[in-house]
Ligand binder design. Structure first.
Ligand code: HPA
Length: 294
């Protein structure tokens, strides 16, 4: 890790762990918007973030431009296995869309402000809706591998927050309301899309921890006591920032495994990826149908 960036540094070089207070985001987003504008003139109406193993959804995209993360100012290559690390622009079910294939995580050493930059960029490019997807562990004992859960609410248990530091009022308020982060009407549409595709969707609360270890069985029991149905290492910070920026937010967790201690089996990332890839096409079907109705 290196020291904090000066405000006069537009963040062109990537610095792992650099804190990005909200007040620094507008200038960084302007540089990102300019770099995207050199590659595509498409203005997305919707943004999608694809989690571990869920990259397959991008096959349904009529691709116009693909921008590797490392081609954008201040962004590195995605390093998490199962994450391609590209922004794709094109039409999904006839709707202009930007698809983030892979994401930045706290456990990679990224700061909260950096983790949320892609969704803030989507908002800057004009997307009004963002769909966040992830692979998650089941905390609800009813959820087996392959369960799809519409996110009704979240618990940010990371101990960090993307909006700490001087605010950028041109993006959003100092104290954004979080009463309904996960938009009720979009959730309803997700369920309608699920029904139309004959794909069962549960609905529940997603708990976000930093990782990178999976939870202990005691932590999974604690999360259940706190009201969680699924647990993962992403998504909540992005949802907070997207609401702050005025986007409408929805999302689906793909449960790849029962949480630690619930099945007796040990957890491995390879199994998580395999389960995500197995169930990914069902989620892709639901999301394509959902987007068509927007
Ligand atoms: N815990 C946290 N993150 C995860 C899990 C889990 O059990 N499965 C997939 N992502």
């Amino acid at each position: 890790m290196s020291g904090p960036a000066g405000r006069d540094d537009p963040g062109r070089g990537f610095v792992l762990g650099r804190d990005i207070p909200p007040a620094d985001q507008p200038a960084l987003l302007t540089a990102l918007e300019r770099a995207v504008g050199e590659r595509t003139s498409l203005r997305p109406r919707i943004g999608l973030v694809l989690g571990s193993g869920l990259g397959g959804l991008s096959e349904a995209l009529e691709l116009e431009a693909a921008i590797p993360f490392e081609d954008l100012p201040g962004w590195p290559q995605a390093t998490a296995p199962g994450h391609a690390g590209r922004l794709l622009f094109g039409r999904l079910s006839g709707v202009d869309a930007v698809v983030q294939q892979g994401r930045f995580h706290l456990y990679e050493g990224h700061s909260a402000g950096f983790v949320v930059q892609p969704v803030l960029l989507m908002a800057r490019l004009g997307a009004e809706v963002v769909v966040l997807t992830n692979a998650a562990g089941g905390v609800n004992p009813e959820y087996g591998a392959g369960t799809l859960m519409v996110i009704a609410d979240h618990l940010n248990l990371t101990g960090t927050h993307p909006l700490v530091g001087p605010n950028a009022a041109e993006i959003g308020p100092r104290f954004p309301d979080m009463t309904e982060v996960w938009d009720a009407s979009l959730r309803k549409r997700l369920h309608e899309a699920g029904a139309a595709e004959r794909v069962t969707l549960e609905e529940g609360v997603y708990a976000c921890l930093t990782g990178p270890s999976y939870e202990t069985p005691a932590e999974v029991r604690m999360l259940r006591g706190l009201g969680a149905d699924a647990v993962g290492m992403s998504t909540a910070l992005e949802a907070i920032a997207a609401r702050w920026a005025g986007m409408r937010v929805c999302g689906v967790s793909l449960v790849t495994n029962p949480g630690a201690g619930l099945s007796g089996a040990k957890l491995s990332h390879d199994e998580v990826l395999a389960a995500a890839e197995a169930a990914g096409p069902r989620l892709a079907q639901v999301i394509s149908r959902f987007v068509a109705g927007l």
